[in-house]
Design a protein around this ligand. Structure first.
Ligand code: ARG
Length: 270
């Protein structure tokens, strides 16, 4: 079953005003099967935060995002849904993009206010198609934090390509949200494998034109809380964390927004 973790979190945070992290000690390991990374190695990886909605322990992190222009951050459309936020996104009083900070408990980097929110009007919460949105920041980030997006036909989409996914999400599948940025190595899988894994159910439907899937026999994967964050291969952004059945399960790879299609949609004038 699809577990929209963030919805549960918003309800919990709203009901009890408790921080989203369980009081269990922070696990050494975000993402499943990952390793810690310095923000300098991945300056385009940002956290979407609202302390008002999600509590202050981890700066209010609830999703990831990617810097695709000095003032433009790409994320998942579902991250900005009322389901997740408990309120329409424009009514979140302190929605921010935290850049240049790997440890959410520290105050490195910057917290940028969001000036504009664009959510793909074609996003379909049932199939998960078109799961992307763009935040425009009030002040630009450094040019060095921008990652190029893969275009249609990019060689990095070939099955077998080694890719890395980044995030502060659940490291266990059991709700252990990371306080420090993690990365996990996964392989781009073929559309045939992805279609077989997700022919269409409550989890979502794999749509080859606008999604890609990636995983690894060793259980490496993204997980809840990583949504909207980057999947990078060959120095280019190829995917955004979107959905999956559980995390790191054999036969249930992670599904990502196919960024080449985002590039096309954004160019086509939004
Ligand atoms: N929907 C999740 C989120 O909101 C991301 C799930 C990714 N799952 C996976 N197995 N790769 O954070």
């Amino acid at each position: 079953m699809r577990r929209p973790f963030v919805r549960a979190l918003a309800l919990v945070a709203a009901a009890a005003a408790i921080p989203l992290v369980s009081p269990a000690p922070a696990r050494a390991d975000a993402v499943i099967g990952g390793y810690p990374v310095e923000i300098s190695a991945t300056p385009w990886t940002v956290a979407l935060t609202s302390r008002d909605r999600f509590g202050g322990t981890r700066a209010g992190q609830f999703c990831g995002g990617v810097v695709i222009g000095r003032s433009s951050v790409l994320t998942a459309a579902h991250c900005l849904s009322e389901d997740v936020l408990g309120t329409p996104p424009r009514q979140v009083p302190d929605l921010k993009v935290v850049a240049g900070r790997a440890d959410l408990r520290a105050d490195a980097g910057s917290e940028a206010a969001v000036r504009d929110i664009w959510i793909n009007p074609e996003y379909d919460g049932y199939t998960n198609a078109g799961d992307f949105a763009v935040l425009t920041l009030s002040e630009p980030l450094a040019a060095g934090s921008v990652i190029p997006m893969a275009g249609p036909g990019d060689a990095a989409y070939r099955p077998g390509t080694e890719a890395v996914v980044y995030g502060w999400g659940d490291t266990t599948g059991g709700g252990a949200y990371a306080s420090t940025l993690r990365a996990s190595r996964v392989q781009v899988l073929s559309d045939a494998v992805c279609e077989e894994a997700y022919p269409g159910s409550a989890d979502g439907t794999y749509l080859a034109g606008s999604m890609l899937c990636a995983g690894e026999a060793g259980g490496r994967d993204a997980c809840q809380g990583d949504s909207g964050g980057p999947l990078v291969a060959q120095g280019r952004l190829i995917g955004l964390v979107s959905w999956g059945n559980g995390c790191g399960r054999a036969g249930s790879p992670g599904v990502y927004v196919r960024v080449s299609e985002v590039a096309r949609a954004l160019r086509g004038g939004r």
